[in-house]
Design a protein around this ligand. Structure first.
Ligand code: NDP
Length: 434
């Protein structure tokens, strides 16, 4: 904290992991001597760069670009790029730190990284986004590579941006390589990658519910966000017989007690991915309630899936969820629950899945995309989905192994942190003091 006093999100993420792994470290003092924790919190490399680009008015704009190469003990750096005005080093270090444990939990050979820019793709034309992406990649390309560092998407970086970034990488390096994941299907992408994070968060919740003899059938589900993760979490909830009653964006949320059915979800995908509109338009089209400037945690529900952004559930909102009957929370987003909210859920002993376990499905299928790229072939949809499902079940099992507590309860926060830590720590010990 003394070194980086303003990195509050990073400190929050580190604090949670340290709390979980301390008892494990006390039993394994060798890792303390080797200063594994001290090394884990220090990125192997941080790259920061200027991104100049020309807007449609011919004016020069300047943004800040970053890549945090956090940990390469399990494989090449791997993690998404975020384009959002709030991006700074604290946010990216927290995301890269979380990624270390998440990628470890997938059991695939991936190290951890994260990057992005304070560029805001909202209200920009396609041409502006393209020029920005090209300038961003002109610098980033010298630091990444299919065996070095493989970025992907995150908030504000979807199929369109990955396409422009890939095009520029290919042009400068003169190689068609699996250097980014989340690519289009026609040019090296994997089936199920767009669905993977949302589906995975629901698969994980389903596994937790099974342990209590429950399922999604007939459950009322509140979801935040209406982007990539939220859309596919909603789709999988529908597949499993649940009823999704909310979606949101940074302007507010819609409450549709009748449920977001398949047709309405198709409209949301069109609205958000093609028209790039606001969720408010859903309320206008389907005549349901819209709450501007609010988050959807005050409604009656059985399951909550926060799928928008970090720190989007406060302690007070967590209490409201519990009072309203919520018994399952699966974090589709990264660190959406504030520490006070996590505390409430753990105290109440509900089924609470932290993002590093619950949303690992996205990076897992990115790992599968890398495998397909290396083999130069594509797996079928069902095959990738089955592999994703198997990985989510295996992550759930690992969390249970390390998080099982007396009274037939699993602390998934401890479980995910310790299970993720053990594998990375072993690899770091084997690779010496690097
Ligand atoms: P998208 O950009 O596709 O969607 C983000 C959604 O969250 C939008 O509805 C957006 O609303 C909303 N949102 C973003 N920032 C805020 C904010 N500050 N306050 C309120 N709402 C906000 O991103 P993704 O769906 O890809 O990512 C969502 C979360 O999931 C992030 O935490 C990301 O790190 C995490 N994640 C994503 C993975 C992936 O594969 N995509 C993998 C693992 C985790 P608006 O349109 O108004 O900005």
């Amino acid at each position: 904290k003394a070194l980086d006093p303003f990195q509050s999100e990073f400190h929050q993420a580190v604090h949670e992991v340290v709390e979980s792994v301390t008892p494990y470290l006390l039993e394994n003092p060798n890792y303390v001597q080797l200063k594994i924790l001290e090394r884990l919190v220090e990125p192997e490399r941080v790259i920061q760069f200027r991104v100049p680009w020309i807007d449609d008015q011919g004016m020069l704009q300047v943004n800040r670009g970053f890549r945090v190469e956090m940990n390469s003990s399990l494989g090449p750096y791997k993690g998404g790029l975020r384009f959002h005005p709030t991006v700074n080093l604290s946010i990216l270090k927290f995301l890269a730190f979380e990624q270390t444990f998440k990628n470890s939990l997938t059991s695939l050979p991936m190290g951890a990284g994260k990057g992005g820019s304070d560029f805001d793709p909202k209200n920009k034309t396609d041409h502006e986004v393209m020029r920005f992406c090209q300038s961003f990649m002109t610098e980033l390309q010298r630091h990444i590579g299919a065996n070095t560092d493989i970025p992907a998407g995150d908030i504000g970086v979807g199929g369109r941006e990955i396409g422009y970034l890939f095009g520029q990488y290919k042009r400068i390096r003169n190689e068609f390589a699996g250097v980014l994941t989340g690519k289009g299907l026609e040019w090296g992408g994997s089936l199920i990658r767009p669905e993977a994070t949302g589906y995975g968060a629901v698969y994980f919740a389903e596994e937790m519910m099974k342990s209590r003899g429950e399922s999604f059938s007939g459950k009322v589900v509140t979801i935040s966000g209406s982007g990539n993760v939220a859309q596919y979490a909603a789709e999988k909830v529908l597949d499993l017989g649940g009823r999704v009653v909310t979606l949101s964006d940074s302007s507010g949320y819609i409450y549709d007690p009748a449920g977001v059915d398949r047709e309405k979800l198709d409209y949301v995908m069109e609205l958000k991915n093609i028209q790039r509109g606001r969720i408010k338009e859903y309320a206008e089209k389907y005549g349901c309630e819209y709450y501007p400037g609010k988050r959807p945690w005050g409604v009656k529900c059985d399951v909550a899936l926060p799928c928008a952004t970090e720190n989007e559930i406060s302690q007070e909102e967590a209490k409201a969820l519990l009072i309203n009957g919520c018994e399952v929370v699966s974090e589709g987003a990264n660190m959406p629950c504030q520490p006070g909210a996590v505390h409430e859920f753990l105290e109440a002993r509900i089924l609470f899945a932290p993002g590093k376990a619950a949303n690992a499905g996205g990076v897992a299928v990115s790992g599968l995309e890398m495998a397909q790229n290396s083999m130069r072939l594509n797996w079928m949809r069902d095959e990738v989905d089955q592999r994703l499902h198997t990985i989510m079940k295996s992550i759930h099992k690992m969390c249970v192994t390390y998080g099982e507590r007396p009274g037939d309860w699993v602390n998934y926060v401890d479980g995910a942190n310790i299970a993720g830590f053990v594998k990375v720590a072993k690899a770091m010990r084997a690779q010496g003091n690097v």
